[in-house]
Write a protein that binds this ligand. Structure first.
Ligand SMILES: [Zn+2]
Ligand SMILES: [Zn+2]
Length: 199
């Protein structure tokens, strides 16, 4: 191989590496790249709507060891270890993605970063299940907003949010079909079952 051809190949190869490496734009946290889970979306939007704009990460004497609070309200029951762990993990992920900041450096009091506020505004009022806009059905202006999805084809909507599989009791994973007064689902474990919509 002569030198010129080799250099040509080398340049193409280096360009390929440059193209493949993440740019600043790509690593910046955003809704899509973080692939927000339910608890993460809840933390972001509740914090955006909160009175104090303050999240607290507090050590407690329970199996989970810590609890996450917004406006000094715990997001989960301290003795519901599964729920506590989901919120702790959600909090850690948001923190790692730079969506939460701890200005005081005490590791306890957190606020939304500029990116966190931007992300929260993007998803605020949008259903995680179907992406459609939700309605605020809260009546007490002192309390956090209460968002409800009203899309009958969405498993997270007000119609189906309490629905569980008649075989195993797990949540539906998808809606396979439906009509005026019934909906067909597949659960997380693949069982087919049917319910009638309810409110
Ligand atoms: Zn929905
Ligand atoms: Zn099932």
């Amino acid at each position: 191989m002569d030198r010129e051809v080799f250099d040509g190949i080398l340049r193409t190869w280096l360009k390929g590496i440059e193209g493949a490496s993440p740019t600043v734009q790509q690593v910046r946290p955003s809704k899509r790249e973080l692939a927000l889970r339910r608890e993460e979306a809840e933390i972001l939007t509740r914090l955006l709507d909160s009175r104090t704009k303050m999240l607290q990460f507090v050590k407690v004497d329970s199996a989970a060891g810590f609890i996450v609070l917004i406006d000094t309200d715990p997001l989960s029951d301290a003795f519901d270890t599964d729920a506590c762990l989901r919120y702790i993990e959600a909090f850690q992920r948001l923190r790692e993605h730079g969506l939460l900041v701890n200005h005081s450096g005490d590791g306890q009091v957190f606020h939304l970063s500029a990116e966190g506020r931007g992300g929260a505004k993007q998803i605020r009022g949008k259903c995680l299940g179907c992406g459609r806009s939700m309605m605020n059905v809260g009546t007490d202006s002192a309390e956090p907003l209460v968002w409800e999805c009203n899309n009958p084809r969405c498993i997270d909507s007000t119609w189906h949010r309490d629905t569980v599989c008649s075989t195993c009791g797990k949540r539906p994973a998808e809606i396979t079909s439906g009509g005026l007064n019934f909906t067909n689902f597949l659960c997380e474990d693949g069982h087919a079952f049917k319910t009638t919509p309810k409110r």
